[in-house]
Ligand binder design. Structure first.
Ligand code: MF3
Ligand code: CO
Ligand code: CO
Length: 293
């Protein structure tokens, strides 16, 4: 049977009995629900409820507290596996789980990527050396909620190339984050990053992208770190995703090592990355894994 729904005028009293005008009451809720359904059904994007945001934020707080303590450990002579042990134990102590462990066969609890390693470096017997740059990428799950962020650190005293690539990578993330707001498109984010990084004569890795996150490790949408202004999906309030540009000092091409994880620049140039988990708010953004860039 056809449902002949009755149309309620926007200035009429809301049928919910609140005493407010329909336009100031449930009419908005109906709109929100339909955006939520549209993003889920058309794009498979889960817009987060305030409760879910609060959960992801708690996970982000744990992430940042571990990241700050990892930062203090970083010095020449530290074994990368010691970072793994620390992250694994501290996550567990806080009641969380490290998402990377056994994720699609990844053997450790954290990614540790040194110098020409772009991402997904596996901690092991390698020792940090003076002048290295090292990215540490953390993804705790706390009460079922995922937060994902990474930072690239200097080991000892950085050379000029190390300083340059780390500074360009940090600024790339900053520029991607700063424009996040309802109405900004995914292409705007990609363009902000690509135009800046390439303007600094660096290159943007194409094979790995940011992603929706929170209920799962890798959700929709994919967040490309290259693109054109105005193209791609418009952001809406309640979206939670990472931005995580990988920037190379040389060319963008890469290869994967025999371990099937470690991604390395083909020209062996330095690569740096910064990543945060970002919430789209009513009039902008909030980082759920905040640190200074
Ligand atoms: N944390 C990475 C990201 O930013 C993903 C690592 S997957 C792993 O998406 F299996 F290598 F841990
Ligand atoms: Co990520
Ligand atoms: Co990550």
């Amino acid at each position: 049977m056809k449902n002949k729904s009755i149309k309620i005028g926007k200035n009429e009293l809301c049928p919910c009995g609140s005493g407010k005008k329909y336009k100031n009451c449930c009419r908005n809720k109906k709109k929100e629900v339909s955006i939520k359904d549209e993003y889920k059904n058309r794009y498979d994007i889960i817009l987060k409820t305030p409760e879910q945001v609060a959960g992801i934020k708690k996970s982000g707080e744990l992430l940042i507290s571990i990241m700050e303590r990892v930062e203090k450990m970083i010095k020449p002579g530290l074994k990368t596996d010691d970072i793994n042990t620390f992250v694994h134990e501290e996550t567990k102590k806080a009641g969380g789980v490290s998402a990377p462990l056994h994720y699609r066969g990844f053997p450790k609890s954290v990614c540790v990527s040194i110098n020409e390693v772009i991402c997904h470096g596996i901690p092991g017997e390698r020792f940090l050396q003076d002048g290295d740059i090292v990215n540490v990428d953390l993804t705790p799950i706390l009460n079922g909620y995922y937060a994902d962020a990474s930072k690239t650190f200097f080991v000892g005293t950085p050379g000029r190339d190390a300083q340059k690539i780390v500074s360009v990578a940090a600024e790339s993330l900053k520029r991607g984050i700063e424009i996040v707001a309802p109405g900004t498109t995914l292409g705007d984010i990609g363009y902000a990053i690509q135009s800046y990084a390439e303007g600094q004569a660096c290159s943007v890795v194409r094979e790995f992208v940011g992603h929706g996150v929170g209920i799962d490790f890798h959700e929709q949408p994919q967040v490309l770190h290259f693109g054109s202004p105005g193209k791609g999906l418009p952001l809406v309030e309640g979206m939670v995703f990472t931005i995580e540009p990988m920037i190379n000092l040389g060319k963008k091409e890469l290869h994967i090592l025999e371990d099937r994880w470690t991604a390395v620049t083909n020209d062996m140039s330095l690569s740096a990355q910064f990543e945060q988990t970002i919430l789209v708010t009513k009039d902008g953004y909030e980082s759920l894994t905040p640190y200074e860039l």
